[in-house]
Structures are given as C-alpha cells and as structure tokens.
Design a protein around this ligand. Structure first.
Ligand SMILES: Cc1cc2nc3c(=O)[nH]c(=O)nc-3n(C[C@H](O)[C@H](O)[C@H](O)COP(=O)(O)OP(=O)(O)OC[C@H]3O[C@@H](n4cnc5c(N)ncnc54)[C@H](O)[C@@H]3O)c2cc1C
Length: 394
C-alpha cells in the first residue's frame, strides 16, 4: 500500500493518521477536511466554548511530524473505484478511510441555529446575551448542554421536546423522567410532548398551531451520517457507511470510522452507529490496523457523557425494551445516583451514572466483560459495583 487518503479531519480522521504512522505505515498519506480548520474537538463546543470558558478546542496536530499532506477546506464530492473526487480535483488511493462524521438533522424552516462546528458555537455564543429569549428544540444531550450554557449567560430558556421525557432516544421513560426536573431547577422551562412543525430565526411553530417567539432558536434533534456525497459510489450505506466489526466497508480498501460508520456489532447482533466521541477516539486504531492487513475487531460497549445543569452524566451500553433497572441511590432524593439495566441472565446491558464516576467506571468494565451480576449486591450502595459480580462476595 502506497497511497492512503483519509476523508474528514475530525477526531476520527486525525486519530487514523496518527495510528497509521504509529503502526509503521510509511507511504503517502493525505487527510482532507471540509472545514477551514485543523482538527479540533467537538465536546468542548458546548462544554467550554458556548459557556465562555474558551474560544477554541484544537487537537494537538503536527502535519510535518506525521508526514501528512493535510488539505483544509477541501470537500470530497464522490467516489469511484480507486479514485476520490473532491472539489479540488481527483485523488487516487490504495487505501481510503472515511471519517466524515455526522451532520445535524434539520427541521423544516430556515434560519434556526444548529450546533456542530466551531463556527456554529462561536456564533451561538455571541447571541446568548443576558435576558435573550432562547427556544431550544430537542431535550437530548445537546439540547440540555445548550440550555445549561444559555442559562449561564442569563438567557430565558424554553426547551421543546416531542417525547414525554428528555433523552428519549437513549433512555426509557422510567429512567429519563428523573432528568426532567433539572430543567426547572436551572430556571429553564421544559415543554414535553410538543411536536415542532417549523423553525424560524425568531420563532418556533408547534404542530398544534401555537407559535413560540424567541430571540434565538436552536435545534438539537440528532444527527445523521455525512454520506450524501457517497450516493452512487456502490458502497453499502445502510444507516451510515456500513462496516463490519473490522470497520471494513463494502468496497475493497475502504474502511470507515467515527460518526459516519454504521458498524456491525457481534456483541449486540445488530448494526449500530455510536455518534459518540469514544468511537472516534478508539475505532481508528482498529481501522488503521486492518488497512495495514491486520485482523482487529472493534466491538465495545457504546459510551457517551454529557455535562448538563452542573452534573456529569455518563451512559454506556444499549438498554433493551422492557429491561429491568436496578437503582443505586434515589434520584428523587439524592444528588448522585446510578442505575443499571440488567439482561434476563443478569448481565449489565446499560448503565447511567449521575455524578457517580466510580460506579460508572466499574459498571462499564463489567458491562464490557459480560460478567454475571448479583442484583441484590448491585442495589446496595454500600457495596462497590465491582463487588456485585455474582459469587464475588462469597
Ligand atoms: C456540541 C457537541 C458536543 C458533543 N459532546 C459530546 C460528548 O459530551 N460526549 C460524546 O461522547 N460525544 C459528544 N459529541 C459527539 C462527538 O463530538 C462526535 O461523536 C465526534 O466528533 C465524532 O468524530 P468524527 O471525527 O467521526 O466526526 P466529526 O467530528 O463530525 O468530523 C468529521 C469531519 O469531516 C468533515 N467532512 C464532512 N463531510 C466531508 C466531505 N465530504 N469531505 C471532507 N470533509 C468532510 C466535517 O466537516 C468534519 O470536520 C458532541 C458533538 C457536538 C457537536
């Protein structure tokens, strides 16, 4: 292999470049990214830039040291066998890594704000002035973080969510309902069960005909993989770039990592797309290994965190419908708590921790290993999570 091209210069693209060089790949290496910036990190967009703690979130990047031909503000536009088409001309490759990430799902209407890029974050921060009225559509991870930042700037905040609880895409109502009071405690209004028909720069139209006027409208209703440019390439694009647990896509020499990849998970016997930082961090080593002819597998328990309303919220796994939840602590009384979803045979399918990092680290490890848990021990907050493995207390 002599020519490798990495498309997308986010965390996944950068980590792929680093991994290829670490593994000894010595051929030509090109990384292109549509944005006019060197790689930067996205979680700090809402957690640091939006709240005013910093202006940037650049990732350490040394193009000369990595011997990578980095092309900023170059967009890939198409793919045919062995050739990548870009708005700056064609590029040949022997190996191609797709790391184009995801883009926000857009709602009908023009002029609302979305939060995905550094430019989005800086522009939104400038609009979050004291007493501005801010309507946020979506009470998921991003909506909650934008609400946190907006309240921090003294804005009047309303969050509109079509589901009956926040974070409904990841958490069942019996767990997610405990996140709802955080909004009112922080001085934000949370409107649940309200469908939005259209968004405008200064208003949100609800499906029932009501209109919420606002100085700032922000939409955070999820993302979709940035695969539009791959239509017609012959790649399998089932819910993202469809890849196996080896991160190989359906065309020879093509792999995908990060938010754009819809990976087959033997662990869950399902295709999953993480949309989480951890996948962009850890998947690239597997992709680079396999591009270099290796046989590595990427199949971790998905992990995401969120910093909202002064709390550190960590979630790992996939909770199954009808799962049994075991609580450590009482969310209506305790500031810190965690909750675990157990499979029928008492393995941890998913866990959520609120300001309980130790429970989380130990529980994530047990979820990953598939250890069988004793639910009675797990529910006892005086016993550490790692000691709740069935038989470990005997
Ligand atoms: C505000 C915010 C907060 C977040 N907070 C968290 C968090 O707390 N925890 C967590 O787990 N995750 C969080 N995430 C998600 C996390 O940031 C992503 O999972 C991660 O950035 C994915 O990395 P990536 O490299 O796959 O994609 P991206 O970061 O999206 O990078 C892809 C890059 O490819 C470029 N690109 C797209 N199309 C093309 C093309 N055709 N040609 C060339 N370049 C292209 C894009 O412009 C982009 O720069 C957050 C995301 C946002 C937006």
């Amino acid at each position: 292999m002599e020519r490798v091209v990495v498309v997308g210069a986010g965390l996944a693209g950068l980590r792929t470049v680093i991994a290829l060089r670490d593994l000894g790949y010595a051929g030509e290496l090109t990384m292109l990214g549509a944005e006019p910036y060197a790689p930067y990190d996205r979680p700090p967009l809402s957690k640091a830039i939006l709240v005013g703690k910093s202006d940037g979130s650049s990732l350490p990047f040394d193009p000369a040291g990595l011997k990578v031909d980095f092309r900023a503000a170059v967009r890939a536009t198409g793919l045919r066998e062995g050739t990548l088409e870009t708005d700056a001309g064609d590029l040949g490759y022997d190996g191609l890594i797709l790391a184009t990430g995801a883009e926000p799902v857009r709602l009908p209407g023009e002029g609302a704000r979305y939060l995905r890029t550094r430019d989005d974050a800086l522009a939104l921060r400038a609009a979050l002035v004291p007493d501005a009225s801010v309507v946020i559509v979506g009470a998921g991870w991003i909506g909650a973080e934008v609400a946190t930042a907006a309240r921090g700037h003294g804005c009047r905040v309303t969050v509109v969510e079509q589901a009956s609880t926040p974070v409904s895409h990841a958490l069942p109502p019996e767990v997610a309902r405990h996140l709802a009071p955080w909004y009112a405690e922080a001085g934000a209004e949370l409107l649940l069960g309200e469908r939005v028909a259209a968004v405008h720069p200064d208003a949100v139209d609800l499906a029932d005909g009501r209109r919420l006027a606002a100085d700032v409208v922000v939409v955070g209703v999820g993302v979709r993989p940035a695969t539009g440019w791959l239509t017609g390439s012959g790649l399998d694009l089932a819910g993202g770039v469809a890849v196996g647990a080896d991160l190989r896509a359906s065309l020879p020499g093509v792999l995908a990592v990060g938010d754009v990849a819809a990976r087959w998970s033997p662990r869950y016997d399902a295709r999953i797309r993480g949309e989480h930082w951890d996948d962009a961090l850890r998947g690239p080593l597997v992709a680079a290994t396999n591009l270099a002819g290796g046989d590595a597998t990427y199949d971790p328990v998905p992990y995401v965190w969120s910093e909202q309303f002064g709390r550190m919220v960590q979630y790992a796994g996939l909770s199954a419908a009808g799962a049994r939840w075991v609580w450590r602590g009482d969310p209506s009384a305790d500031a810190r708590w965690s909750v675990f979803s157990l499979t029928l045979d008492n393995r941890i399918a998913a866990l959520l921790a609120v300001d309980q990092p130790r429970d989380f680290v130990q529980g994530r490890r047990l979820a990953d290993s598939g250890a069988v848990i004793d639910p009675v021990l797990l529910a006892n907050p005086t016993v550490s999570v790692k000691m709740s493995v069935a038989g470990s207390a005997e």
